[in-house]
Design a protein around this ligand. Sequence first.
Ligand code: PEP
Ligand code: MG
Length: 745
Amino acid sequence: MPEQTESESRKLLRRLRDAMAEDSAGQARLDKITYLTADSMGTEVCSVYLFRDPETLELCATEGLKPEAVHQTRMKLGEGLVGRVARSGKIINTANAPQEKGFRFMPETGEEIYSSFLGVPIQRLGEKLGVLVVQSKQAREFSGDELYALEVVAMVLAEMTELGAFLGEGAALSARHQQSVLIRGTTAQEGAAEGHVWLHEPRVVITNPISDDPQKELERLTEAVDKLRVSVDQMLANTGDKEQMEVLEAYRMFANSKGWMRRMEADIARGLTAEAAVEKEQSTARNRMEQVTDAYLRERLHDLDDLSNRLLRILTGQGNETGAEMPSDPILVARNIGPAELLDYGRSLRGIVLEEGSVGSHAAIVARALAIPLVIRAGRITTEALNGNLIMVDGDQGVVHLRPEDTVASAFRDKIAMQAQAQERYASIRDKPAETLCGRVISLHMNAGLMADLPSLEGSGAEGVGLFRTELQFLVRNKMPKRSELSALYARVLDAAKGKRVVFRTLDIGSDKVLPYMKPNDEPNPALGWRAIRVGLDKPGVMRMQLQALIRAAQGRPMTIMFPFVAQYSEYLAAKAEMDKAMARERILGHPVPATLEVGAMLETPSLAFAPHAFFEEVQFLSIGGNDLKQFFFAADRENERVRRRYDTLNVSFLTFLEDIVERCRVSSTPLSFCGEDAGRPVEAVCLAAIGMETLSMRPASIGPVKSILRRTNLDALRDVIHAARDRGDESVRPAVMEYLARQV
Ligand code: PEP
Ligand code: MG
């Protein structure tokens, strides 16, 4: 880069900074920027187009085009050259604009006389704000240095927009991060919550993008990068986790990358401060991230993004650790979060919104266990939300209202109030049985997985814990828990249950649940792969340790254990044999054994429903894992958004299948329960009860609504409705059931 251009661009930045410092209105500032840019670049035209709404750009200031076009000329995203720059986020540099594809002539601006066009996106960290354009009569392509200078101006504009520098009378610009935004994501945990944003990784605000002391800025950058390198090395030395190590290695690679450093140094030489230079490179990387489809590359770009954030925090001293106070009603907003970090926040959170995540991710499992409404795949939430913003999370619909309008907020509050009223009604029947109008009593239990769940046992009115998912204890640690730790924890669970039955499910890992400290298996189809009891039987060490921990936890009290994902009789027998051996070992060691021991299996694969009669005779109880059973019955992945809701649980085929299982259990007098998510959905729950399911296990919060509907339903009559729908040839019994319930309940 010639020294000449370098100082030109610095000069321009200095002039911009002085203009910004003047006490003028927003529009006057914008006008000044366009004047200074055109003047310094020697072009006849410089214009700023900003987003009016997500689809429309508006000419907000211009030097050279007709002044009356300002705030009048608008274009749709993708329309004309400006719209193209905005949509693609890519620069257009042409000597002959009228001949460019997509050129749109706008007579009100008088732009037809200009031949050259250079348009760069105005964006901040991947958030598109508008387009900055220079035009000139002379037909020429702009040089690399000119292009660079304009990019730097665009960056400064973006920073200033963020700081609200262009607001005010006549500017017709709304402030960034003040409009209300509706973001559609995917529900991962139901429930509605209102609160204020708490960013897991706060946005760094840059107040001074321009500097005319490049030497000082270079020193600041070098010092910060040195600190960053040391901290990455320290993190690497302290982790034993393989996946984390991979990420940290990527961090280290970027932190030592000469290219990255060189680009930032060049940015500083052209007049940016160290933090503005970091952010400029971060913006470019984010832009690339949107275009990259390769999952591995995207991950690496994410790593670079995280690293840039760290560097920015070092440079600005900003961060959660530096004073910002968590609101009393925090809604956690993050790109993604690990289960252990989420547990650290614990129940203090009202809701969680993640930009990424999946229904089966560990964070989602923990959120579900804590019953915190969770919306995942909420695109752009980390860019849109600021700490302290009002936010409403609709976990039922998978929707997030950020800075909602009053009408939306009050409608949402009505919804929460109605739910609260319903909760009060449920509380009034908490100690009453789930007795139906036809006199049947359904046994309602709760699903749990953390110590923190246990207080719900009393509050929810559950008769016991129908499913205790033991894998959570394994998932939230970064090394295998010890037997003594597990035993102490299970004992505390039993203490908290105060004699109520707790069904401990042995470790269910594999598929979506991968332990951080276990070598991940690259399986083509993990849901159908080496998981749950299959792992337990092939590598029995962990299972033996867990069984021993469970027996010891009982301290002579009754104990109930079930094995997940049993697909055939022999697997149950093998698992039971391990159980018997563990008991025998404990006896030999002279340890007390449980007063009674019940051993059961989860029916999660269709195959087990057709197991020999001897299996049903042998097993002490069965629990249908409806989430898995349904996915295998319909061959529809429970994690795949495209298909996971495609088939109705109340589909006649599935209900008939479940009814057959009920019948087989009746013949062999095998106690049967249902513990998938559907047990907690009131309409599904009454149907399950109507076809003969006597015990349902669900999230604690569902017990009230399910009990309430059961107490108002005649299951005999409902079963007739279900059978009539089936005999009529309905695909799903839902319409008939809904109609019946609407009349009865
Ligand atoms: C199920 O599959 O229905 C079940 C209860 O187990 P999980 O959801 O933990 O796989
Ligand atoms: Mg399961």
